[in-house]
Design a binder for this molecule. Structure first.
Ligand code: FES
Length: 268
C-alpha cells in the first residue's frame, strides 16, 4: 500500500507498514535482514519476556492479594474462648492476699500497679480506694469493689481514647492536681489528651475526649484463703481489641503485679 507515497518514499522502504503500525513496531523489516536467515525479532522477544514476567508478577501479586484478603476477612485467631480464673501475685511474686493488699496499697498510693488479664497485652490497674488505716477519705463500697470495704477495684490500663497505656494513663491520688470533680479528688487521668475516669463509679468518663469507660475487671476474693483472683471483664472491649478475649495469648494461671512510675500531667 502506497498511501499516496511515491515509490521513492523513504517511509515505504524502512518505516512501518500502514495498518500494521503497532505490530510493525515489533517487526524487523525484511530489508533489515540482508543475510536472509531466520528473523529474530528481539523487540518482540523482549516484549514477550516482559509480558511473561509481568504475568508471573501479576499471578504472584494476585496470590498475595488473595492471602491479604483472606487475612482481613479471617485473621488468625489468638486468644481465649472464655474468661479464666487467674490468681494475682504481688510485685515480689508472692501470692497477693487481700490483707496484704489492704496494708500495702490505699487511696494515697502514687505508683502505678498493673497486672495483665486476661491476655498478656491487656494491662489493668489494681487499686485500693480505701483510706490509709486510721484515716478518713478515699472511697468504700464502690461499684465492682471487693475486699472487706469493697474498695479494691481493677480497670483496663489502656485509655479508651487512642489507646495510651499505663503509665501515660495513671492513677492520680488526692492532691496530685488541683482539679476535683465535686468532692472527688482522685481519679484515673490520661496525660496523652486529658481523658479522666471515675474510679468510684466503674471508670465512667469525667472528661473527654474518651467517650467510653475503661473496662472493669471482675475480682473474686476467696475469703477462705484470702487470695485474690481476676475472673472476668465488664464494659466495652479493651482498646485495640475487637474482643477483649482476642488478640494475644492468655496470661496463664497467675498474673504478677508490676510497679511503674506514673506520667503526671494535669491537663483537663
Ligand atoms: S489516649 Fe488517652 S486521652 Fe487520648
Amino acid at each position: 500500500m502506497s498511501y499516496g507515497c511515491p515509490p521513492t518514499c523513504p517511509a515505504l522502504a524502512t518505516g512501518p507498514v500502514g495498518g500494521e503500525f503497532p505490530l510493525g513496531q515489533l517487526r524487523r523489516l525484511a530489508g533489515a535482514n540482508p543475510g536472509g536467515g531466520e528473523e529474530v525479532d528481539e523487540t518482540r522477544r523482549n516484549v514477550l519476556k516482559l509480558l511473561v514476567a509481568g504475568g508471573v508478577v501479576a499471578v504472584s501479586a494476585g496470590g498475595l492479594g488473595a492471602a491479604a484478603i483472606q487475612y482481613v476477612s479471617k485473621p488468625p485467631l489468638v486468644g481465649l474462648s472464655s474468661y479464666p480464673k487467674v490468681q494475682l501475685l504481688d510485685v515480689d511474686g508472692s501470692p497477693l492476699t487481700v490483707k496484704k493488699l489492704m496494708a500495702e496499697y490505699d487511696v494515697t498510693t502514687p505508683d502505678v500497679y498493673t497486672f495483665a488479664y486476661p491476655l498478656r497485652n491487656e494491662p489493668n490497674f489494681l487499686l485500693n480506694l480505701a483510706p490509709p488505716s486510721g484515716k478518713s477519705g478515699g472511697a468504700t463500697n464502690v461499684v465492682g469493689g471487693t475486699g472487706p470495704q469493697k474498695s479494691i477495684v481493677a480497670f483496663s490500663a489502656i485509655c479508651q481514647h487512642l489507646g495510651c497505656p499505663a503509665p501515660a494513663i495513671a492513677y492520680y491520688p488526692p492532691g496530685t492536681c488541683s482539679k476535683t470533680f465535686g468532692s472527688l479528688a482522685f481519679y484515673l487521668h490520661c496525660s496523652c489528651h486529658g481523658s479522666t475516669y471515675d474510679v468510684t463509679n466503674g471508670a465512667s468518663n469525667l472528661t473527654g475526649p474518651a467517650v467510653l469507660p475503661l473496662p472493669q475487671v471482675t475480682l473474686d476474693w476467696d475469703t477462705s484463703t484470702d487470695l485474690l483472683y481476676a475472673v472476668g471483664v465488664n464494659g466495652p472491649p479493651v482498646n485495640g481489641h475487637f474482643d477483649t478475649l482476642q488478640g494475644d495469648y492468655g496470661v496463664g494461671a497467675t498474673s504478677q503485679v508490676q510497679k511503674q512510675t506514673p506520667v503526671v500531667s494535669c491537663s483537663f
